[in-house]
Design a protein around this ligand. Structure first.
Ligand SMILES: *Cc1c(COP(=O)(O)O)cnc(C)c1O
Length: 400
């Protein structure tokens, strides 16, 4: 028996989270075991982070090898794994240049600062307006909660960074009404993740691209959740065929080892000249070695094809359950980022479903109060998926 249990959390941890009653101690693939040895099927992958499942052998091998070689040297020195990862990201995306950070919020913080600095450098200090979307989520630093479209995350911390405006998602006319030559950036999630798995309309993203071009504003895609093949494309912009000026990536980049990245063009990157922005840990050799291997596996064509097949199977199984039980008003998403919106009878009850699933040995997520979110590992096996759906069916039947 461990000396630590869930009660310890309530005693020694700041209570800004309310974790599940059970404590995971071990994971392999899409299975997790708790302190009591109970087994769970994981349909969350650590919020779209463990894209290759728990402790994948090939990533563990890299972690061990780099762990015995060089962990950290600071940005006064560069490293081979850093350069290797950057080269891969540049080769595989629109970007010419990369900066590494440690999280999604930091990637967005860097993106927003870069867009502002680029506008100041080229057009003057009056060009500082940032257009963002209601219900959007971009992280928890003061700048990123202020840009995010959910006041509950940004209120109560004193004065907010200024000149940020929020308009409804998927509403191009609303953007047209506020964009002008004082606008430095538009930031958007190609699929709003945290607020309910809501995909952008292709015409909306195309329209944003055009409006940004007309107004000399940078188009920032927050792909922290949608990136790294979560949608069945290495980055979701590739599916939409709309190329941003700045892209942020994190979550799955290290398969659970913390790392984030900001990608951009040569032209914009110039505004981050020596000393303008930085971070102690960002781009350290250990994180970059791990991420470099993750990117190799996740960008493989065969791997991407398999995600489309798994996605179809997942959607089909959810639809079958819904036909039998009539719980969801809509099932939506791309690839293996899937939201099931509870119908009028179950409003506000998403987190009850999560608790009930845990009792049946299944880990699932919410996206807001009314949406169940599924983000399984991208390499989940058919067997793990079938077993997970048996537990999901049991859970849903108990809830109707
Ligand atoms: C998770 C997430 C973030 C924040 O990432 P952190 O690593 O928690 O800072 C930002 N944007 C989107 C779209 C996310 O899903």
């Amino acid at each position: 028996m461990s000396a630590y249990n869930r009660q310890t959390f309530d005693e020694v941890m700041i209570q800004n989270y309310a974790p599940a009653e059970f404590i995971p101690v071990k994971g392999k693939g899409s299975r997790v075991w708790d302190q009591q040895g109970r087994e769970y099927i994981d349909f969350t992958s650590g919020i779209a982070v463990n894209a290759l499942g728990h402790c994948p052998d090939e990533i563990v091998a890299v972690l061990k090898e780099q762990g015995e070689t060089l962990w950290h040297s600071s940005n006064w020195f560069t490293s081979e794994p850093t350069l290797q990862l950057a080269t891969k990201l540049v080769q595989k995306t629109f970007a010419d240049r990369v900066m590494f950070v440690n999280s999604g919020a930091e990637a967005n913080e860097a993106a927003l600062k870069l867009a502002r600095r680029y506008a100041v450098d080229h057009f003057g200090t009056q060009k500082s307006k940032i257009i963002a979307f209601k219900q959007s989520f971009h992280g928890r630093t003061l700048f990123t909660v202020s840009v995010g479209g959910q006041a509950k995350y940004s209120d109560g911390f004193g004065p907010k960074p200024a000149d940020i405006i929020h308009v409804p998602f998927n509403d191009l006319e609303a953007v047209k009404a506020v964009i002008d030559d004082h606008t430095c950036a538009v930031i958007v999630e190609p699929i709003q993740g945290e607020s309910g798995v809501k995909p952008a309309d292709p015409a909306f993203l195309q329209g944003l691209r055009q409006l940004c071009d007309e107004n000399n504003a940078s188009l920032i895609f927050d792909e922290v959740q949608t990136g790294l093949s979560r949608t069945g494309y290495l980055y979701a912009y590739m599916k939409y065929g709309v190329v941003p000026d700045i892209l942020t990536s994190a979550k799955a980049l290290g398969n659970g080892f913390p790392i984030g990245a900001m990608l951009t063009t040569n032209e914009i990157a110039k505004s981050f000249s020596v000393g303008v922005h930085g971070t102690t840990f960002g781009g350290n050799p250990l994180a970059c070695a791990v991420a470099s291997k993750v990117v190799d596996v996740l960008s493989d064509e065969k791997f991407l094809e398999k995600i489309h097949r798994t996605s179809e199977l997942f959607m089909q199984k959810l639809a079958e359950l819904n036909q039998a039980l009539n719980l969801f008003s809509e099932i939506r998403g791309e690839g293996l980022l899937i939201g099931a919106e509870l119908n009028a009878n179950y409003q506000g009850k998403a987190s009850e479903f999560v608790k009930s699933a845990a009792k049946n040995g299944l880990m699932i997520l919410v996206a807001g109060p009314d949406v169940l979110r599924f983000a399984p590992a991208l390499n989940i096996s058919d067997e793990e998926l079938q077993e997970g759906f048996l537990r999901l069916e049991k859970t849903l039947r108990e809830m109707v």
